[in-house]
Write a protein that binds this ligand. Structure first.
Ligand SMILES: Nc1ncnc2c1ncn2[C@@H]1O[C@H](COP(=O)(O)OP(=O)(O)OP(=O)(O)O)[C@@H](O)[C@H]1O
Ligand SMILES: [Mg+2]
Length: 362
């Protein structure tokens, strides 16, 4: 009994640190009309089995390109990676057999019905008929596909198709799932269902999930690790809480009754927060880690100095504030003009089955 529990603890501790993705200097340069686009540069990281990693970054940052290298859809220009114990260059088929992938593009138009599409996917992955049916029904239920399970895929709306894409990627319950913007285009209810399903998969099977999203609050809430990419490079990698408190901090704003009170308050704020203070009319703002604790201290000190504090607010940071602190741009600004509509570099797509990617299947 005792030995058993020790073994279980040892096993889970081991599992928690066992790497499932290991990359070293992974880079991708596309050639577009003789110009070189460095889409991903020197991507080096390790993800442990069971982790839920959110991969963030503005449009054109290199997220999808990274995922497409890791899922063996495109060859890296340089660098190496091992995914579920297999080298992406030497053993792409072994990698593909052990991962699920939902690409950024939604599925094309299939004449096949939704439920049959799921069953074909199960067959493709070598699942038995009974298992496929059970799993398809489970996914139809949890991703709320029931009302259109008998319809042809080409008749679905964009959001319905996206839900089917995700279901296809989850069909064979792989140990590692790559999801490229799985929730984009989904209504709030479907997004919530999708997240319930992802979290349930982890609980039941310890699935490792590596996903990109532009919904920062999703990353903040669900991912235990957030990697931020900008211009092809990782610029931050930690849990959301640490990123926010180390790099951004809460924004505290104090309102005063007049300019004279505000100018008297400034040195007090300075001495307590030792950070840059910005002003707007009769209010002063500063950014500080642990602002929730600092705010009442400042109010008390101002009060003791006979300064009337008209209002005091603390706004916790978002992951966008983290990006702003790191790059001087917000995620939205950074994405502008950096779209992903580049022409395809045909040579580098040699290993990819684009049709397969479009169906969300490898
Ligand atoms: N097949 C390709 N041929 C040429 N350039 C490409 C190709 N695919 C991507 N790129 C370029 O590589 C860079 C990274 O693109 P990528 O699709 O990886 O960005 P992303 O982070 O996924 O962006 P988004 O959030 O818009 O999906 C961009 O400059 C893009 O134009
Ligand atoms: Mg992308």
């Amino acid at each position: 009994m005792r030995t058993g529990s020790v073994r279980i603890i040892f096993y889970s501790a081991f599992m928690a640190h066992e790497p499932i993705i290991e990359t070293e200097g992974l880079s991708k340069v596309f050639t577009v009309k003789k110009a070189q686009v460095a889409a991903v540069s020197d991507l080096t990281f390790t993800a442990a089995r069971g982790e839920l990693v959110a991969f963030l970054g503005p449009n054109g940052a290199g997220k999808s390109t990274s995922l497409r290298m890791l899922t063996t859809l495109i060859l890296p220009t340089s660098g190496t990676a091992s995914v579920v114990g297999h080298d992406i260059r030497r053993d792409p088929a072994e990698v593909r057999a052990r991962i699920g992938y939902v690409g950024q593009l939604t599925s094309g138009s299939f004449a096949q019905r939704v439920r049959d599409e799921l069953l074909s996917q199960g067959k493709f992955y070598g699942m038995g008929k009974r298992d496929s049916i059970r799993r398809a029904d489970e996914l139809i239920e949890s991703l709320d596909l029931g009302s259109f399970a008998g319809r042809a895929v080409q008749q679905l709306s964009g959001g319905q198709k996206r839900r089917l894409d995700v279901a296809l990627g989850l069909m064979h319950a792989p140990p590692l799932l790559f999801l490229d913007e799985p929730s984009t285009g989904l209504d709030p209810q479907s997004r919530a269902n999708l997240w319930d399903h992802i979290l349930e998969l982890r609980r039941q099977h310890g699935t490792t999930v590596f996903l990109t999203t532009h919904y920062l609050e999703e990353a903040d809430r669900y991912a235990e690790r957030v990697m931020i990419m900008d211009k092809g490079r990782i610029i931050a990698d930690d849990n959301a809480a640490a990123l926010k408190s180390n790099l951004a901090g809460d924004v505290l704003t104090f309102g005063f009754t007049d300019l004279e009170q505000a100018s008297r308050a400034r040195p007090i704020l300075n001495s307590l927060a030792q950070t840059e203070i910005s002003d707007a009319n009769t209010s002063l703002s500063l950014t500080a880690p642990n602002g929730d604790r600092l705010l009442p201290v400042i109010v008390r000190e101002l009060d003791a100095a006979g300064i009337t504090v008209h209002s005091a607010t603390g706004v916790p940071p978002t992951l966008d504030d983290v990006f702003l602190a790191l790059t001087g741009r917000t995620l939205r600004e950074a994405g502008e003009g950096a779209g992903t509509d580049a022409e395809t570099d045909a040579d580098t797509e040699a290993t990819a089955s684009v049709a397969a990617e479009k169906t969300g299947v490898l």
